[in-house]
Write a protein that binds this ligand. Structure first.
Ligand code: 7PM
Length: 278
């Protein structure tokens, strides 16, 4: 049977690895202009990402950077929803919303979101309830601690087993709340409460999560684990990002969350050409 995810009116084929392009609408990326600047810039970024091969656009209104300030629900909605609407008006593309707030999820669902991407895996108040009332796929990401302090001294009994156990518990919670396992996506959360060594251990053992029998998502693009290993500033991390993307896809990642869609698409096409011939 063909493996797909029903994302509102659109269907995502996860037989082949798909690219989720990152769209940033956090205020740090728009210190100058107002709402028009934000929407205008978002639409041109999205147009290019679609042209380059993205099947999903991920909108994040909350900065989860280690040490970042909290954003109110109202502010997050006013950042994300107008951009979501503008995209859905102009393009036939699956939009995923990167949020951990029930109110944002509910507004996003009402305005055409195709996937909910939650770095807190629906652990915040009201999130399980909101997601039980729709049919959308939801990405459950693993994070140890909270953005403010998660990089201080992450500790695990066994990194892979602990993350697997976390996923098993979240899957069970979701199912108890009426969220079908078939619409869950799992992401071990590179950089979220993991040391440099732990992040590379996670990448080395990414394939272990295939045993949970759910689609896997990997977000590695431009992350500190690349910058810190190679001693590269954020604008110098493309080669590192492509390498990590290929390593994840080769180990079964079905969705790869990236900034550089065109380059990642090229890398994946090379991998696909080889995979077809083994
Ligand atoms: C600042 C610091 C801004 C970190 C943005 C980030 C993931 C995600 C993010 C991920 C899933 C980034 C992160 N990362 N959602 N949202 N998986 N599912 O580096 O790895 O993009 S935000």
């Amino acid at each position: 049977m063909l493996k797909t995810l029903s994302c509102a009116e659109l269907v995502l084929n996860i037989e082949i690895p798909q690219i989720m392009g990152i769209l940033n609408v956090t205020p740090d990326s728009f210190s100058d202009g107002g709402q028009f600047t934000r929407i205008d810039s978002a639409l041109s970024q999205v147009e290019k990402m679609i042209r380059d091969g993205a099947q999903i656009i991920d909108i994040g209104g909350e900065s989860t950077r280690p040490g970042a300030r909290d954003v109110s629900e109202k502010d997050e909605i006013s950042r994300v929803v107008p951009v979501l609407n503008a995209i859905k008006q102009r393009f036939d593309i699956i939009v995923s919303i990167d949020t951990s707030k029930a109110g944002v999820m509910s507004e996003a669902i009402a305005n055409g979101a195709g996937i909910i991407n939650d770095v807190r895996a629906l652990q915040n108040d009201g999130c399980l309830a909101i997601m039980s009332q729709c049919e959308l796929p939801v990405c459950l990401m693993h994070m140890q601690g909270l953005p403010r302090s998660m990089q201080t001294s992450p500790q695990y009994h066994n990194l892979i087993d602990d993350i697997k156990m976390f996923f098993e518990q979240r899957i069970e919670q979701c199912e108890q709340m009426g969220i079908n396992k078939q619409r869950l996506i799992l992401d071990p959360g590179f950089g979220f409460g993991k040391t440099l060594t732990q992040n590379y251990h996670l990448l080395a053992h990414f394939a272990d999560f295939k045993s949970l029998d759910l689609p896997l998502l990997a977000g590695l693009s431009r992350k500190s684990m690349i910058g810190n290993l190679l001693n590269r500033d954020v604008e110098q991390r493309l080669a590192g990002s492509l390498t990590t993307a290929i390593l994840a896809v080769q180990q079964g990642a079905k969705i790869i969350r990236v900034h550089d869609v065109k380059e990642t698409m090229d890398a994946i096409r090379i991998l696909n050409a080889v995979s077809e011939r083994v």
